[in-house]
Design a protein around this ligand. Structure first.
Ligand code: BEZ
Ligand code: FE2
Length: 404
């Protein structure tokens, strides 16, 4: 047993002062230090630095590790030039992305306090790194392929990857999962098969959805910049599905939809009614010129996530939260800071069905300790100061073991 003590603990009831946490692999008790020492006399006492806050480990629900070699290869600014540059540089970027690079990015996430991440995997290349990293990983095997001729072959490859992720040792903390690349890139027949696999095996399910104006235009009217893209690379000029058909395919299984920046109010209402959630990637959306997700109008759970280095400049969750504070500049900053921290803890855990994200008894003992530069003067500002000042967290625990 260990006892971790700090000036503040972030709990489902807000920031509490003068308390400590007793834990082994699970959180056992939250109480005053005095009481905990009495109840657990053999426990190892760990005192955090002054002005520290214990948070549940942060959860980044959507990242692409396979693109970690990108620095300046991909074109930012607008979605279609970016997608063209992905096609042009994909092989080079994949070739340059080795285990050492991906491992370094897992560490980068760890130093920002991320103890769980959702890895979107196109090829399964990052499975070994994800098995080795101390973090918990929801391993989203991605299905892609709009051409019916290749659909069966691509589906077969997808199923092999699903099986590989299902046979990881329990100690690797891998949760197998399914990701659908997007409505424009997945044929409806294999889409339905993959959704059924997720449903039958109770695997978390995710899909990129309505990220750009180009995607919307293609799905609605078969025109726009994606038309020339499909003519050039795939020799087709009609979309394989439309927004309604794609969205309704997920009606009976709650799904984590990424982006949704270009979804209408009606479409968002449908997602809400069907129990879905959104992964909101503020920097990715800004860098690819996709627009701003109106989070103030959402009525469904959402997480804040980094996306991959294919559309970002770091995998730090605090860099992402700072960007979210700037992007959503009309929302009162203290309220927004408080909400953002909830999206990467409690809400993200609920979305991915993980027993973490909250500091309360019987949850997994995953923590990130944030140390503020001085004592906060007003409790209601701790969320904001945490986001603004944290470049790296000062301690990280996963399943009760210290990693930072
Ligand atoms: C496709 O298979 O249709 C596809 C793949 C990558 C990007 C866009 C479409
Ligand atoms: Fe993504």
């Amino acid at each position: 047993m260990k006892i971790l003590v700090a000036d503040y603990i972030y709990t489902p009831n807000g920031f509490v002062e003068n308390q400590a946490v007793a834990f082994d692999d699970l959180i056992r008790e939250i109480n005053t230090l005095e009481t905990l020492l009495k109840n657990h006399p053999q426990a190892e006492l760990i005192r955090t630095e002054p002005h520290s806050v214990i948070y549940p480990g942060f959860i980044n629900t959507h990242v692409h590790l396979e693109f970690s070699a990108n620095k300046t290869s991909l074109e930012y600014g607008s979605f279609m030039p970016w997608l063209d540059s992905v096609i042009e540089h994909r092989d080079d970027l994949m070739g340059a992305c080795n285990n050492a690079i991906m491992q370094r990015e897992c560490e980068e996430m760890m130093y920002s306090g991320i103890t769980t991440f959702g890895a979107i995997s196109s090829f399964g290349n990052e499975l070994e790194v994800c098995e080795k990293t101390p973090q918990r990983v929801v391993f989203f095997n991605e299905l892609i392929g709009s051409n019916a001729i290749y659909a069966d072959m691509l589906y077969g490859d997808f199923m092999e990857r699903v099986k590989a992720s299902q046979s990881c040792k329990p100690s690797s903390h891998i949760t197998p999962a399914v990701a659908i690349h997007s409505p424009y890139s997945v044929h409806p027949i294999i889409l339905q098969k993959a959704i059924n696999i997720a449903k039958q095996n109770k695997l978390p399910l995710s899909a990129h959805f309505l990220e750009s104006q180009a995607e919307r235009e293609w799905l609605v009217s078969g025109s726009g910049e994606l038309k020339s893209f499909f003519e050039k690379y795939f020799n087709t000029s009609t979309p394989v599905t439309n927004i309604k058909e794609f969205m309704h395919a997920f009606d009976t299984y709650p799904t984590h939809f990424t982006h949704c920046v270009q979804a209408t109010k009606e479409e968002l209402k449908h997602l809400t009614d069907k129990g879905h959630s959104i992964a909101h990637c503020p920097r990715s959306n800004r860098y690819l010129g996709c627009g701003r997700l109106k989070i103030e109008e959402l009525d469904l759970p959402f997480s804040v996530a980094t996306d991959g280095l294919s559309s970002n400049d770091s995998l730090s969750i605090f860099d992402e939260l700072r960007a979210a504070l700037m992007l959503h500049n009309d929302i009162p900053i203290q309220d927004l800071a408080t909400q953002l921290l909830q999206t990467v803890t409690e809400d993200a855990a609920e979305i991915l069905h993980l027993n973490c994200g909250k500091i309360e008894a019987d949850r997994w003992a995953d923590f990130a300790v944030v140390t503020l530069p001085e004592a906060p003067k007003r409790e209601e500002e701790i969320a904001l100061w945490s986001i603004l000042y944290t470049k790296q967290v000062s301690e990280v625990y996963i399943e009760g073991e210290k990693y930072v």
